[in-house]
Design a protein around this ligand. Structure first.
Ligand SMILES: CSC[C@@H](O)[C@@H](O)C(=O)COP(=O)(O)O
Length: 364
C-alpha cells in the first residue's frame, strides 16, 4: 500500500541483498522510522518488542530471521538455536510456528552450503505468498461488501467496524480484515470504518487510523466499548476482524476485545466476518478457548499510555494509582457460533470443521 504516495511494505530485503528492513511500528503514527535487521537477535527483538506485529508479518519476520541466523551459522545446531529463539518471541500467532516449520521442512534437509541462499529465497516467497493470499481475501470480501451496498439500494455508505490492526502493517501487504475494505474503496463503494482504539497498545488508534488515512478511506476512531452502542443503533453494517490463530473447527483467536464485539454483533444481527490467510489456521487444535495459548504482556502497557504532547514530543504517562496492579491479556477467543464467515484466499468458509474442509480438503 502507499505511504505519501509511495508503494511501501512493512518488511523488505535491503539493497545489499542480505539486511532486512522493517518499519518500526512502535513509533507510528508520530514518527516513520525504518530499522535494519542484521542478525537473529535483531529479528527476535523486532517480534518480541513489537516493532513488527500482526500474525502474517510475525511469520514473515521469523522467516527472514532464520535466513539472517543461518548467514552467521548454517549448521544444524545453528538452525535449532534460531528456531527455538524465534519460536519463543510470541506465543499466540500461529504464523510464527508455521513459518519456522516451513523453514525446517524445506531448508534443514539441505547441505549447509546451500541453506543460506535457499532460506532467503523461501523467506521472500513467504512474503509474496502472503501478498497474493491477502489480495484474494480482498476479492472475496469485496463481494460481501458489494452485496451489502446493493441491499442498501446503493445509498449512504457501508459502515464497517474493525478491531486492532489487521491492515497492511500486520501483513506484507493489503492486510486481512482491511483487504476487502481497500478493494471496496478502490472500486468506488463508499465505505466508512469504525476503528476500535484497541487498548492497551492502541493498534487501532495508532496503526489502523494511520493506514486508512494514508489510503483516503473514511474512518472514525471509537473507544473500545462503543461498538455495541453503534450496532444497537444500526450504525454498523458488518464487522471484519483479523485473527492470530483460527482452529480447525473455526474458533477465532484475535486481539483482546474481539469476543465482546462478536457477542454484540450476534445480539444485533450484524454479520461478523474474519479475514485470514491459511497459514493462520492451526489444523492441530480444535477448541480455541481450551487450547490456544493467550499471551500475557507487561502490566505497564495497561497502566501507562504513550502519546504526543502539544509541543510535539512523545511521552509516556502513568494513568493509574502508583500501587495499581494490572492484568494484560493480549488475545481472546471468539467461538465459531458467533462468526458469520471466514474470508480466506480460497473463498468464504463457514466457521466449522466441515466449512473449512470444503475449501481446504488438502489440509484436513
Ligand atoms: C492480519 S493480522 C491479525 C491479527 O494478528 C491482529 O488482528 C492482531 O490481533 C495483532 O495483534 P498484535 O498484538 O498487534 O500482534
Amino acid at each position: 500500500m502507499k505511504v505519501n504516495g509511495t508503494s511501501t511494505r512493512p518488511i523488505w530485503l535491503d539493497d545489499d541483498g542480505w539486511g532486512v528492513n522493517i518499519i518500526d511500528q512502535t513509533k507510528l503514527p508520530h514518527a516513520y522510522e525504518i530499522v535494519r535487521m542484521e542478525n537473529l537477535a535483531d529479528a527476535c527483538h523486532a517480534i518480541f518488542d513489537m516493532l513488527v506485529r500482526g500474525a502474517p508479518l510475525i511469520g514473515a519476520t521469523a522467516a527472514y530471521g532464520m535466513a539472517l541466523a543461518l548467514k552467521k551459522d548454517a549448521s544444524d545446531a545453528g538452525f535449532d538455536q534460531a528456531y527455538s529463539e524465534l519460536y519463543a518471541t510470541r506465543p499466540t500467532a500461529v504464523n510464527l510456528r508455521w513459518a519456522l516449520d516451513e523453514m525446517r521442512a524445506q531448508i534443514f534437509p539441505l547441505a549447509e552450503g546451500e541453506r543460506i541462499g535457499a532460506a532467503y529465497k523461501l523467506a521472500a516467497q513467504i512474503c509474496e505468498d502472503d501478498v497474493a493470499q491477502n489480495s484474494s481475501i480482498g476479492d472475496h470480501g469485496l463481494k460481501i461488501i458489494q452485496e451489502i451496498w446493493e441491499k442498501k439500494g446503493k445509498t449512504g455508505v457501508v459502515n464497517i467496524l474493525t478491531h486492532c490492526n489487521a491492515g497492511w502493517l500486520a501483513t506484507v501487504d493489503w492486510g486481512t480484515a482491511t483487504a476487502p475494505i481497500y478493494k471496496a474503496h478502490d472500486s468506488g463503494i463508499p465505505v466508512h470504518v469504525w476503528v476500535d482504539e484497541t487498548r492497551p497498545r492502541n493498534q487501532g488508534a495508532s496503526l489502523t487510523a494511520w493506514e486508512l488515512g494514508n489510503h483516503g478511506v473514511d474512518h472514525t476512531l471509537i473507544v473500545d466499548n462503543a461498538g455495541g452502542h453503534l450496532m444497537q443503533h444500526g450504525e454498523v453494517d458488518l464487522c471484519i476482524v483479523g485473527t492470530d490463530r483460527t482452529t480447525a473447527s473455526g474458533d477465532v483467536c484475535n486481539k483482546i476485545g474481539t469476543y465482546l464485539k462478536a457477542l454484540a454483533a450476534h445480539d444485533n444481527d450484524v454479520p461478523f466476518y474474519v479475514g485470514l490467510p491459511s497459514p493462520t489456521i492451526d489444523w492441530t487444535v480444535d477448541d480455541g478457548v481450551k487450547e490456544i495459548p493467550i499471551e500475557e504482556r507487561d502490566a505497564t502497557e495497561v497502566t501507562e499510555m504513550t502519546g504526543r504532547l502539544k509541543d510535539g514530543t512523545v511521552a509516556t504517562v502513568t494513568i493509574t494509582p502508583e500501587s495499581c496492579t494490572a492484568g494484560n491479556y493480549a488475545f481472546d477467543v471468539t467461538p465459531r457460533k458467533y462468526i458469520t464467515g471466514l474470508i480466506t484466499e480460497r473463498g468464504v468458509a463457514k466457521a466449522s470443521k466441515e466449512g473449512l474442509a470444503v475449501l481446504f480438503p488438502d489440509k484436513v
